[in-house]
Design a protein around this ligand. Sequence first.
Ligand SMILES: [Zn+2]
Length: 351
Amino acid sequence: MMPTQHSVSIPPLVRVKSGALQRIGKYMQRERMSNIAVFSSHGLPEEIPDCLLDSLQQHERNLVCREEICEGSFEHACLMFQRLPRNTDAIVGLGGGKAIDVAKYIAFLAGLPFISVPTSLSNDGFSSPQSSLTVDGKRRSLASRLPYGVLVDLDVCQQAPEILWLSGVGDLVSKLTAVIDWKLAYHHNKTAVNDFAALLSDATVMQFIANPTRAVTGLRTFAMALLLNGVAMELAGSSRPASGSEHLISHGLDSISQRPRLHGLQVGLATYCVSRLQGGQQTQRIHELFLSTGFWEAIRADPFDKDEFLQALRIAPKLKGDFHTVLNECDALLHVTQWIEEDPHLHGCFC
Ligand SMILES: [Zn+2]
């Protein structure tokens, strides 16, 4: 039997540039989207939503719904969906994680195009086909759909706190270990690997590693890399190109930690450890990136709880059913416990 190819939908509207936010009205006009619902993160500097709303008004777009999102839950997204006016043509999510995840999920439920407008680049959620929401208080990754449009205003993202960018660095670099886990899963149980998606995932990280700065040029490559990872997931029809055992450890921390950290900080630290478990071919590269970006420094400024991290590592392999990773192939707990004490790069990262 011939293998089947699933249909993929790539965002047709993509802008990664300075000043994209103030042009949103023009983009919506070109797309003939008249009635727009806007969901923005609570607590954004006022000028950011104001800039977006002014642009919609200038280009005579109707604002049919405007909500601030304080809660990233499935229940809240369903409530907002019920309140959505019937004449809505498109849904805009503006902000950090929560507003994007909630707005993306509402658009998915409503079957409407979603326009993703991130104000920081702290993870790949702004262009992924999933929504990270809590369900009954527990964080889950729910199937959703890739955005129709992704508008990254580089000036806006550059103004976001540096720690958010570092979180994005951690989430991006995890693609290196995720792809290796994916290949291990192929050898273990013939989990299908989409070579093109794996290549895209690897290549985008390498491009950023070549110029890992927060200056506009580096930020542009960075945003594109995160964006293309979303596309890689869509191509693969799974989260495999973007998420492996390092994400399982982060999910473990989300469920047991007294104080879960930013997604990409958890994932980045786990990526370093997982790269060693995978034989170390990416370890030096990851270390150098963490050194040059200040990722290590940020972790040491607010170290992780060692016991919690090890507990997360212990439960990680059971968190996603039949999802084979390097954690199923070695005594991860034994090795990581030892490295926390002995690896000079991990020195000061745990308390
Ligand atoms: Zn992630």
